[in-house]
Design a protein around this ligand. Structure first.
Ligand SMILES: *[C@@H]1O[C@H](CO)[C@@H](O)[C@H](O)[C@H]1NC(C)=O
Ligand SMILES: *[C@@H]1O[C@H](CO)[C@@H](O)[C@H](O)[C@H]1NC(C)=O
Ligand SMILES: *[C@@H]1O[C@H](CO)[C@@H](O)[C@H](O)[C@H]1NC(C)=O
Ligand SMILES: *[C@@H]1O[C@H](CO)[C@@H](O)[C@H](O)[C@H]1NC(C)=O
Ligand SMILES: *[C@@H]1O[C@H](CO)[C@@H](O)[C@H](O)[C@H]1NC(C)=O
Ligand SMILES: *[C@@H]1O[C@H](CO)[C@@H](O)[C@H](O)[C@H]1NC(C)=O
Ligand SMILES: *[C@@H]1O[C@H](CO)[C@@H](O)[C@H](O)[C@H]1NC(C)=O
Ligand SMILES: *[C@@H]1O[C@H](CO)[C@@H](O)[C@H](O)[C@H]1NC(C)=O
Ligand SMILES: *[C@@H]1O[C@H](CO)[C@@H](O)[C@H](O)[C@H]1NC(C)=O
Ligand SMILES: [Cu+2]
Length: 648
């Protein structure tokens, strides 16, 4: 890696150099005097190729952990303050600048323009896609250098913010805190700390307090939204509201420029669905040992991509995060994807021999056509690895620590080698215990170790979402759709018993079992996509309460035939100003937002298939073990081409 690194220059000097580049647009509370010196390394990198090196490329290659956002806020207040101030500064940079928040976020979806000079090939799709890779086994790996780029430029902004402070005690403290600052992750699957919800308050608040040399200053919270400056003239897909929204929005209250975020709505959705997400994360880490199957929703069964899509939908609530094209502008995108990268790193440590292999990815991107063959050495564009124009590949980012970060879950594992691949046997034992503690059937609330207390641990056991496998069976509701992009997201809800009322109240319905979402994306391309709603925890609860005689497959089949109901909800196909007031009930189980559907080119839930599968499981006998799958996944109930919302 040494040849990729910039020369190590003393911090203050490098700040001055950094300042010379045009990315130093002064902004309100953190503005300071800047000197101009066009020999800046960063300026050079900006004009030529920007090699994505992560924070490790900025002169100090020490590996520090990315922390959970609540841990950062509570236990590392100096880093927390610097993070907020640096993010505020980053967001204020002119949208004309290659290293602006706008342009870096814009790599993912809109505005569909080249970044760092990496052109799309000259085919149709470049006009309808960003660079982000979905529907692919390189979905998890493409986002790794993307995050490293964001983290590096965020860090540069943090560094500049600190350097602009007047000399004094606080500046000294911030200078000390800076080197260990990394992008935080948001763990949306773990049981949140007591008195906190799944969506951290710090992500919802419109304003936030930061400590400045003159005392506490209240600033606009850069985690709440990104405010476009100016708002681009989006070419929207029949959705005029994007041309109006002045900032990113979650659960937009209107379809015009007055739209506000309804973070309460997003927080509720995430809260009510959390235990289902815990079970999905647990099943993926504990029992999915194939890289391909883990990575993409194109393979039957649950996947990182599917799980991640459900969270996009949960926080988006038909706002920015719900749409691939606009999602990366919402600051929560970075916290969410940081967690996805963390889950990938954990999965890798648990399955060190599994990795990207040849695959044909059906969905085109800005730089790749439909049915593109990818493998471990496929370039992850537009992320340059060096000044000669080489790109990062899945193989070359396999070890995440090259970018100067790791995750707390991977620290102090039995093997003390942090840079090389971890010894499978040694690592697993300890990492398995950590995964069990966070996501397993006896999980405890998310806390930094020093905050753990027995009261909270006891609460964790009562609110767990992961299966115990007492019945030695895993039951899953497998959902397949032929995604029609351009038509927003599809969500499938499962219940024991028919849900009451309208969709808003469904997650609080006493029979609610779980939900799975498929993200909306670009036009026309369509393929079969898969997701899973775990049924085992809910069935185990029914067996405990006596409603279900046994967890054997005959009893379960009979029970589910009688009680299982599903509903399919389509969001974002146009926008109804009256919100979700206009849902109609269809006999086929598809609930449709009651809006003009002329922009949607396909039928309403194409190719929907719903099935219950089961598999034998050997339960874990200790915290150092995972449950093991035994034998094939078998079908229990199927409803192919039958969209009535139940099996009977
Ligand atoms: C502290 O300084 C900032 C500008 O750096 C200013 O916006 C803020 O009002 C000041 N706060 C107090 C309490 O003086
Ligand atoms: C900021 O701090 C002030 C004074 O401590 C407090 O009144 C206010 O509620 C805080 N604001 C936020 C957004 O936390
Ligand atoms: C926000 O969402 C909540 C929960 O869905 C709802 O009760 C509330 O009325 C909404 N607020 C606004 C301003 O739309
Ligand atoms: C991956 O998924 C495919 C399709 O469902 C299945 O046939 C295969 O057994 C799975 N592989 C593993 C290792 O789980
Ligand atoms: C949870 O439920 C809400 C409905 O309240 C839904 O919009 C959302 O997609 C679901 N999933 C998540 C992860 O929040
Ligand atoms: C991937 O395809 C290449 C040829 O395109 C072949 O040489 C290689 O063996 C394949 N690898 C796997 C794992 O199938
Ligand atoms: C890997 O994929 C790239 C395109 O994504 C292709 O050019 C290359 O030939 C592939 N390599 C192998 C060994 O298949
Ligand atoms: C860590 O590694 C070093 C050398 O790589 C070795 O000397 C040391 O004993 C190891 N420590 C532990 C606790 O394994
Ligand atoms: C839809 O069904 C629910 C109960 O299942 C009922 O309360 C509601 O009025 C129905 N809505 C319409 C528009 O028919
Ligand atoms: Cu995403």
């Amino acid at each position: 890696m040494a040849n990729f690194r910039l020369p190590s220059i003393p911090l203050l000097l490098s700040i001055a150099y950094f300042c010379a580049s045009s990315i130093c647009t002064p902004i309100d509370s953190v503005a300071g005097p800047h000197t101009v010196d066009d020999t800046s390394d960063l300026l050079r990198r900006q004009d030529g190729i920007f090699s994505v090196l992560g924070i490790a490329g900025l002169g100090d290659s020490t590996i520090y952990p990315r922390l959970e956002i609540r841990d950062l806020e509570k236990n590392h207040p100096d880093q927390w303050n610097i993070f907020l101030l640096g993010l505020q500064r980053f967001q204020a940079i002119s949208q004309d600048d290659k290293l602006s928040y706008f342009q870096i976020a814009g790599i993912h979806g809109r505005p569909f323009v080249p970044w760092d000079g990496v052109k799309g090939d000259d085919y149709y799709w470049s006009r309808y896609s960003g660079y982000c890779t979905h529907d692919s086994n390189i979905f998890p790996t493409w986002h790794r250098p993307f995050l490293a780029l964001f983290e590096e430029v965020l860090y540069l902004n943090c560094r500049e913010t600190v350097s602009a402070l007047p000399n004094g005690e606080l500046k000294e403290r911030y200078l000390k805190a800076l080197p260990s600052l990394r992008l935080p992750y948001w763990d949306w699957a773990a049981i949140p700390p007591e008195e906190e919800g799944t969506l951290p308050a710090s992500v919802q608040a419109e304003f936030v307090n930061v400590t400045m040399p003159n005392g506490t200053v209240t600033i606009t919270n850069p985690l709440h939204s990104y405010k476009f400056h100016p708002l681009p003239d989006w070419v929207s897909e029949g959705e005029e509201r994007w041309k109006e929204f002045p900032s990113t929005v979650r659960g937009p209250t209107t379809a015009d420029k007055n739209a506000q975020s309804n973070n309460t709505k997003a927080a509720q959705a995430l809260q009510e669905n959390r235990s289902s997400m815990q079970a999905r994360v647990y099943n993926l880490l504990a029992m999915q040992h194939s890289y391909l199957n883990m990575s993409t929703k194109l393979i039957p069964g649950d996947s990182m991509e599917s799980i991640h899509g459900t969270i996009h939908d949960g926080i988006g609530q038909d706002g920015s995060m719900t749409w691939l094209f606009y999602s990366a502008f919402d600051p929560s995108f970075w916290l969410h994807h940081c967690n996805v990268d963390r889950l990938l790193a954990m999965w890798q440590a648990l399955n060190p021999d599994e990795w990207v292999e040849n695959f044909t990815t059906p969905s085109p991107t800005f730089y790749s056509p439909a049915n593109f063959n990818v493998n471990g050495s496929t370039a992850l564009k537009p992320f340059h690895k060096d000044d000669s124009g080489n790109f990062w590949t899945s193989d070359s980012i396999r070890d995440h620590t090259i970018f100067g970060y790791t995750y707390p879950d991977l620290l102090d594992l039995p093997s003390n080698s942090t840079r090389s691949f971890l010894n499978a046997r040694g690592v697993s034992t300890s990492l398995i215990a950590r995964v069990n503690a966070l996501y397993g059937p006896n999980a405890s609330p998310l806390q930094s170790p020093e905050l753990r207390d027995p009261k909270l641990l006891a609460r964790g056991i009562a609110t767990t979402g992961a299966p115990h496998f007492a019945g030695k069976r895993q039951y899953s509701l497998e959902i397949t759709v032929r995604e029609f992009r351009d038509a927003g997201s599809l969500s499938v809800y499962a219940f024991f018993g028919s849900p009451k009322g309208d969709v808003e109240g469904w997650v609080r319905d006493k029979g609610f079992v779980g939900t799975a979402s498929f993200l909306g994306a670009s036009k026309k391309a369509s393929q079969r996509a898969h997701s899973v709603i775990p049924l085992t925890p809910a069935l185990e609860a029914k067996a405990r309460s006596g409603d279900l005689a046994t967890l054997g497959e005959e009893d379960v089949a009979e029970y589910l035939r009688n009680v299982l109901r599903w509903r399919v909800v389509q969001v974002s196909c146009g926008f109804s100003p009256q919100g979700s007031r206009g849902w109609d009930n269809r006999t086929d189980g598809v609930q449709q937002q009651n809006v003009d559907l002329t922009d949607c080119e396909t039928e309403k839930a194409p190719g929907l298939e719903v099935a219950v599968t089961w598999q034998e499981i050997e339960p874990a006998l200790s915290m150092d073990e995972f449950p093991k799958t035994a034998g094939e996944v078998k079908d229990l109930l199927c409803a192919d081409g039958n969209k009535r919302g139940h099996f009977k």
